[in-house]
Design a protein around this ligand. Structure first.
Ligand code: 6PG
Length: 463
């Protein structure tokens, strides 16, 4: 009864079931379970072996057991662990494959380790399709435990064009979920940038949705190409069956979010990393769901009779510069976390894992991975000559798009934030000198002079 099964999956929703089918399809025996009867039935109907409850799942596995939790992040993970822990034995490994917060993963790892069990935090990206046919997998585990599950996970993971598996360990248990969280933070920014391009093309340039889809299609083989660009094109091209009009015209313009983008923004604020493109992408979703919008859309004036100065095709460069800003900020955040905690390790491998299987997969990941091949310790993406050249190719178009947004009253928060961020990076001197003078004036906080060493203080008596 126990021989041959290599992994148990607790949680047979869309993702859990798809992963189970992926394992089975590659010859790895799986037993699954779920607290919900409909999910168990759907999995059984799909041909999977299903246990009635966690006890049945554990009993069906030979020790040391490997159990993958595919339940929603938050309290359901703790509830699943509570159900499992009394049933497990020393040496068993529990893998959390949800979008958990890395601090929860650190806490859960400590709890399991105290009982002689191992905990792995596993970021899984790629949605249902990826889970079924090859996701990107971002793991946090002890080096020893990793060796016991590495082959199993590599078997189901996506492979990049060069054949490398998109599955890697980036440090201790919380590292995997931090890498996945930052992946999602960049994902929010790429989606927001695409939404802004479409908005400026639609309301600024006056293009209809099929024409915008055509514009985006012409960029698919360039540096902005990737899964999210293709997804945007699909959404733009989809027609509502009843009306024959684009389905998008009927979709409420209120973006939802489950939290990982916000966690990325909080992480940036806590670590003191300027990641305005990532933060603005989260705020734009919040603003879209802000109730007073409806009334203010009637009362606040918008520019009238103005037209963009740029051309729709220039938006490709603007998008490219914004995407590079988002990735550079995400990797800067990962570097700051590494400086603070020692993980996530190996940024070059993070870029390589993101080349296939995940939502972020796209043309930009190759040059980013090459930048780390040239300099594994690269502290910031824009210090790499090739990536800087790519950014410079789009910078003037980004400025033009932001000007056009301001001129026509089309909000471009991610693009404008990216441009301001780049202008700050390009400034030999920032107005932080005034901030320091004011802080010292009212709080005697001190300041540094550029012409002599040491901490200074002045009474700033004025004229
Ligand atoms: C992935 C996705 C996936 C999901 C996010 C979206 O990598 O497969 O990121 O995890 O799409 O949870 O989250 P929001 O609901 O917050 O947009």
């Amino acid at each position: 009864m126990t021989a041959g099964r290599s992994i148990g999956i607790l949680g047979l929703g869309t993702m859990g079931r798809s992963l189970a089918l992926n394992f089975c399809g590659r010859g790895i025996a799986v037993v699954g379970s779920d607290t919900g009867e409909p999910a168990r039935r759907a999995a059984a109907n799909a041909g999977l072996e299903v246990a009635a409850d966690p006890a049945g799942l554990v009993a069906a596995l030979a020790p040391p057991r490997r159990i993958l939790l595919m339940v929603p992040a938050g309290p359901p993970v703790d509830a699943a662990l509570e159900a499992l822990l009394p049933l497990l034995a020393q040496g068993d490994v529990v893998i959390d494959g949800g979008n958990s917060h890395w601090r929860d993963s650190a806490r859960r790892a400590a709890r399991l380790e105290a009982d002689g069990l191992a905990f792995v935090g596993l970021g899984i990206s790629g949605g249902e399709e990826g889970a079924r046919h090859g996701p990107a997998l971002m793991a946090g585990a002890s080096a020893e435990v990793w060796e016991t599950i590495r082959l199993l996970l590599e078997t189901i993971a996506a492979r990049a064009e060069d054949g490398e598996s998109c599955c890697a360990r980036f440090g201790p248990p919380p590292a995997g979920h931090l890498v996945k969280t930052v992946h999602n933070g960049i994902e929010y920014a790429v989606m927001q940038a695409l939404a802004e391009v479409v908005d400026l093309a639609r309301r600024g340039h006056g293009l209809d949705l099929p024409a915008i889809a055509g514009l985006l299609e012409s960029w698919a083989r360039g540096p902005c190409g990737g899964f999210l660009l293709e997804t945007a094109i699909r959404v733009l091209r989809t027609v509502d069956k009843e009306s024959g009009r684009p389905l998008l015209a009927f979709v409420r313009d209120r973006a939802e979010q489950k939290g990982t983008g916000g966690w990325t923004a909080i992480e940036a604020l806590e670590l003191g990393v300027a990641a305005p493109t990532l933060v603005e992408a989260v705020l734009a979703r919040s603003l879209s769901a802000f109730p007073p919008r409806a009334e203010l859309a009637r009362t606040l004036p918008r520019p009238a009779g103005t037209a963009p100065a740029g051309r729709p095709e220039d938006l490709e460069g603007a998008l490219l510069a914004t995407l590079l800003a988002a990735h550079a900020q995400g990797f800067a955040l990962l570097a700051a976390a590494r400086a603070e905690r020692g993980w996530p390790e190996d940024p070059g491998r993070i870029a390589r894992v993101w080349r296939a299987g995940c939502i972020l997969r796209g043309a930009l990941l190759e040059p980013i991975a090459h930048a780390f091949d040239r300099d594994p310790g690269l502290p910031f993406l824009l210090l790499d000559d090739e990536l800087l050249a790519l950014l410079l190719a789009g910078l003037a178009d980004l400025r033009g798009a932001v000007e056009d947004g301001a001129r026509t009253g089309v909000p471009l928060p991610a693009m404008a934030a990216s441009l301001a961020w780049l202008d700050a990076l390009a400034s030999p001197r920032l107005p932080a000198d005034l901030i320091q003078g004011m802080r010292d004036r009212f709080g005697a906080h001190g300041f540094e002079r550029i012409d002599r060493p040491g901490r200074q203080h002045d009474l700033w008596r004025g004229a």
